[in-house]
Design a binder for this molecule. Structure first.
Ligand code: 4AD
Ligand code: MG
Length: 430
């Protein structure tokens, strides 16, 4: 197994001997001198190979090597200000582990479609590598926050039988002759779990048969969801703010190098609570002033969210949505039954919704009534209704789209850039 990585070698004192395993990212030659940029998971180091300093024949062999060939290089560490990061490895011997059989097809200036068709190769790029490390740092920070705050991680099924977020975006499938769907959200299972675990979260894929070809929709995305017994809307907003901040902070702490590589300036203060809060009614006013024809009861589309979110410099909550604008499980506000005790968190600068959540109806009869009002059949929600029959308590929860958050944090051109292998209406390959 490999023990020494590029970043370790860069820290070794001048004159140390080191052996590195990695891939040829690029190669340049100057007469009797060859430069290889050797890439591994931790970074890139310059390897210099001089004719006469390596065994006979290997200079010519290496000079012919194609990009992305896997090699093993042994040499001596040299500190040289001309080398990237001031360190290079002076090659003494080189061995080819896996030769590239063809010219590596990913080059500068290549079209996006080609890159997506060849995503399995493109993910080797420093840019994608950095994004994936930031993604890992984001998830790690989230898990750490949940751990510190007494939440239990659970795992929920992906095959389900009733819609959480409406029938329009359900992926239908044949489950041994009966109809089933891919889950849109783990919310209902989390609601079941709070009766034993009280504060739960899960991080797993959700699916939406969403044909909208926007820059913020995936058909499969990673959904971070949490559900809290005895929490009301106010409590929930605080949880969301604190978690969101911890996630941004965690990325700034753990992925500074990757943020720099992407040229992203992320100031954790931008996500420092408290976040501004406006009601749905106030959001409608702002949108109408901006010339949008939005009616009471409409949910906001990408255009509305983008324009609204340009008005803010921090993430902000839109609370108390019209009851007809969101799913049936949201708790109508006793102070104004036209709206529900729910909230979306929108990110600033035109990015829009990253979190959706709210307080759930915990009364049995009220839930049946709202299911009917939404044109659904209470029979389809039998087990979910059961939860209101045995010791039901007030509770609240939310869902956060991991890729949406990265899209905003890293100012990515498209949400698919936040995925290793994105799934969109047009793409299930590779
Ligand atoms: O607002 P949504 O639909 O809410 C729910 O699914 C709730 N049941 C969650 C809960 O309360 N437990 O989705 C939550 C978040 C959105 O705010 C968004 O960030 C992300 O999931 N999301 C998507 N991300 C990428 N592509 C899509 N098609 C997405 N749909 C939702
Ligand atoms: Mg939503």
């Amino acid at each position: 197994m490999k023990k020494l990585y590029v970043e370790d070698v860069k820290k070794l004192p001048e004159g140390s001997e080191a052996t590195l395993l990695g891939w040829v990212r690029s190669k340049r030659s100057h007469g009797g001198l060859l430069f290889i940029d050797l890439r591994d998971s931790t970074g890139i180091i310059q390897v210099t190979i001089r004719r006469g300093e390596v065994p006979d024949g290997s200079f010519e062999y290496v000079a012919r090597l194609r990009r992305e060939s896997a090699i093993k290089v042994s040499g001596v560490v040299k500190h040289d200000p001309r080398a990237p990061d001031g360190v290079e490895l002076r090659c003494r011997s080189i061995e080819v582990i896996g030769e590239s059989l063809d010219d590596f097809p990913i080059r500068k200036g290549i079209k996006i479609k080609f890159l997506l068709d060849n995503r399995h190769l493109h993910i080797r790029s420093p840019r994608v590598t950095a994004i994936m490390k930031i993604r890992a740092a984001l998830l790690k920070a989230a898990r750490r926050w949940f751990e510190e705050n007494g939440f239990i991680e659970i795992n929920c099924p992906s095959f389900i039988t009733a819609a959480v977020e409406g029938g329009a975006t359900l992926f239908k499938l044949d489950y041994f002759g009966r109809e089933a769907y891919l889950t849109q959200s783990s919310q209902f299972y989390q609601e079941a779990a709070i009766y034993s675990l009280e504060k739960v979260y899960s991080i797993q894929p959700s699916f939406r048969a969403e044909l909208s070809r926007t820059r913020r929709h995936l058909t499969e995305f990673w959904h971070l969801e949490a559900e809290i017994a005895y929490a009301e809307l106010e409590d929930l907003l605080e949880v969301i703010e604190n978690l969101f901040y911890a996630m941004v902070e965690g990325v700034c702490e753990q992925a500074e190098k990757e943020l720099n590589l992407l040229g992203v300036k992320l100031d954790p203060d931008v996500a420092k609570p408290p976040y501004p809060r406006i009601t749905y009614a106030e959001a409608l006013e702002i949108l109408r002033r901006k010339g949008f024809d939005v009616k009471w009861g409409d949910d906001f589309g990408a255009d509305e969210e983008r324009e609204l979110s340009k008005e803010f410099e921090k993430p902000f909550f839109v609370t108390h949505w019209a009851r007809e604008s969101k799913a049936f499980y949201h708790m109508p506000d006793p102070a104004d039954p036209r709206v529900c005790k729910n909230a979306d968190l929108l990110t600033p600068g035109g990015y829009g919704e990253v979190v959706g959540g709210g307080q759930r109806i915990h009364d049995y009869n009220q839930l049946i009534e709202r299911i009917r009002e939404a044109g659904l059949n209470p029979e389809d929600y039998k087990w979910y209704l059961d939860l209101r029959k045995y010791g039901s308590v007030p509770h609240s929860g939310f869902g956060l789209g991991i890729e949406r958050m990265l899209w905003w944090m890293l100012k990515l051109p498209h949400i698919r850039d936040a995925c290793l292998f994105p799934r969109t209406p047009a793409r299930v390959y590779p």
